[in-house]
Write a protein that binds this ligand. Structure first.
Ligand code: UDP
Ligand code: MG
Length: 234
């Protein structure tokens, strides 16, 4: 399998079919084999029924028993995807699947390519809280990622499978990839307003949870184990 695109889905009934259509258009034209993996994180709207009615051999669906959060949905996506390249995208159509190709073009020199929302189409409050969040996270973790929350991210399989994720860690994927020794770059992508459905986060829960978690990442970075094996054969 050349590429897997995974999307967490929590109450996105109006976006699902549009998402599949838009993502598949790009994948069909540019890759020999692909899958779209949709992880239903315990939706309570019609998302489950809509996902179950999809008749497309390139689409895989995972249903959680109940809402477990975006990190859990992302982790399940990583676990069950079979592509050599793995892409994450939100189900809400706020980013453009065409930009997968932009990220893909950096693969020769990088292992993980993180989108950076160049034209951020969110309200001013969200933009400010995102800036505060990124800045504080970077100070705590000693990183310089501008937009860790960008939904569009591309990983070599080795990177996606290297993560051992805990709740909240979907906000630190570029930093965690660097800790694991991978080459990471941020690349501008387009961003649009959410047309259907609602954001699942408020300003405060996003910011404070993310800040607490930053201390865990700081600890992980400090305590990461590095060793070099000297003997050529074992
Ligand atoms: N999401 C999820 N579980 C949750 C919250 C969100 O799977 O508990 C999904 C959601 O359906 C969307 C993505 O994660 O595909 C990002 O959520 P949202 O668009 O609400 O976040 P924002 O763009 O406002 O940061
Ligand atoms: Mg969104």
């Amino acid at each position: 399998m050349e590429i897997s695109v995974i999307a967490p889905v929590y109450n996105e009934e109006e976006n699902i079919n549009r998402l599949i259509e838009n993502v598949e258009k790009v994948l069909k034209q540019n890759f020999k084999s692909y899958e779209i993996l949709l992880v239903n994180d315990g939706s309570t709207d019609k998302s489950k029924e809509i996902l179950d009615s999809v008749e497309n051999e390139n689409v895989k669906v995972i249903h959680f028993e109940k809402n477990c959060g975006q990190t859990a949905a992302t982790a399940a996506g990583f676990k069950y995807s079979e592509g050599d390249i793995i892409v994450t995208i939100d189900a809400d159509l706020q980013t453009d699947p065409e930009d997968i190709l932009v990220l893909y073009s950096y693969l020769e020199n990088y292992d993980m390519i993180n989108g950076r929302r160049a034209t951020r189409e969110d309200g001013i409050i969200k933009k400010i809280s995102s800036w505060v969040g990124n800045t504080a996270r970077n100070i705590i973790t000693g990183d310089d990622i501008k937009d860790t929350g960008c939904p569009l991210k591309l990983f070599r399989k080795e990177v996606a499978k290297s993560y051992y994720l805990y709740e909240g860690m979907h906000r630190f994927l570029p930093t965690l990839a660097k800790i694991n020794g991978f080459r990471v770059i941020e690349v501008p992508v387009r961003h649009y307003d959410r047309m259907f459905g609602q954001s699942k986060y408020g300003v405060w829960n996003r910011l404070f949870k993310g800040l607490k978690d930053a201390f865990a990442v700081r600890w992980m970075k400090k305590r990461h184990i590095y060793y070099t094996v000297l003997n050529e054969e074992i």
